[in-house]
Design a protein around this ligand. Structure first.
Ligand SMILES: Nc1nc2c(ncn2[C@@H]2O[C@H](COP(=O)(O)OP(=O)(O)OP(=O)(O)O)[C@@H](O)[C@H]2O)c(=O)[nH]1
Ligand SMILES: [Mg+2]
Ligand SMILES: [Zn+2]
Length: 259
């Protein structure tokens, strides 16, 4: 145990297997390192932010971190609409786990235990979707502060202010859960264009099928990705997300090049 006043010494630096981070034009932020699983939490209340969900999944895929989606607050009436909105992500290969952390915590534990066993898992998502409520359902004896969303703003209140790790001893050694503060924006400026193209599984599947090797899947003739969108085989909203992030990356690199 370190005594007060004793200088701390870094004895060794363990290797990082992955880093989950985001970067916008002004700053970059590391969410966590060495994750085995990312659970992106969403709910029909506050109004769901699918942009954040899609971007978080891209960040995880780019680092090789397995990810799944939690549709929390299943007890609320708009859940079927959100389920439909999440279908393109399911088609892309992501599992959507529907649960109710507040109304049915034991069932939430039963549904998630095989996902969590022996893993370091992080919960991320917008403020108010119920991440901390889920920690309370999964981690024994823990009482993380939670707070009702603001009905006037239809938004969470940013109750959790720092990322914290909670052991899950009931699920075997090495099982732990990280709760994190809700976020509003998720910049992906740290990615290269190639990384982005590999970070949406349904676009990565078409890799090598375009006429040009360096196709950016925008205007190029013979683009397999655009053809798939036009044929209805690739979801237009996912393609639109790809184009938005691509634009950000290209604008960032041209700004960098002219500086
Ligand atoms: N109806 C319903 N409400 C829920 C459920 N899970 C959480 N809530 C409520 O949603 C509100 C926000 O929950 P929190 O757990 O504080 O949300 P959070 O994602 O941790 O929010 P931040 O810490 O601000 O990022 C609280 O009033 C919870 O009781 C659920 O399954 N159903
Ligand atoms: Mg919280
Ligand atoms: Zn293409």
């Amino acid at each position: 145990m370190l005594q007060p006043g004793t200088p701390a010494v870094i004895a060794s630096i363990l290797p990082r297997s992955n880093v989950l981070w985001r970067q916008d034009a002004w700053r970059s932020k590391i969410f966590a390192v060495n994750l085995d699983l990312l659970l992106v939490v969403t709910a029909s209340e506050p109004a769901p932010n699918l942009e954040l969900v899609g971007r978080a999944l891209i960040a995880a895929q780019a680092e090789g971190i397995p990810a799944a989606i939690i549709l929390n607050k299943r007890d609320l009436p708009y859940t079927p609409a959100l389920r439909t909105t999440l279908q393109p992500l399911q088609q892309a290969g992501y599992t959507v786990i529907e649960l109710s952390a507040r109304q049915a915590p034991a069932e939430a534990m039963a549904m998630l235990s095989t996902w969590l066993e022996g893993r370091t898992t992080m919960l991320i998502g917008a403020s108010g979707v119920g991440k901390s409520t889920l920690v309370n359902a999964l981690a024994p004896g823990v009482q993380v502060h939670t707070q009702a969303i603001s009905t006037a703003l239809n938004a969470g209140r940013h109750t959790t202010t720092a990322t914290r790790l909670y052991p899950l001893p009931g699920l075997g050694p090495g099982s732990c859960l990280l709760d994190s503060p809700g976020f509003q924006a998720f910049g992906l400026n740290h990615l290269s264009v190639t990384q982005l193209q590999h970070a949406l599984p349904e676009i990565a599947n078409l890799n090598g099928m375009c006429r040009f090797n360096n196709c950016t899947h925008r205007q190029e003739p013979g683009c397999a990705v655009r053809a798939a969108v036009e044929a209805g085989n690739l979801d237009a909203s996912r393609y639109a997300l790809y184009l938005r992030v691509l634009d950000e990356l290209l604008n960032t690199s041209s700004t960098k090049a002219t500086q």
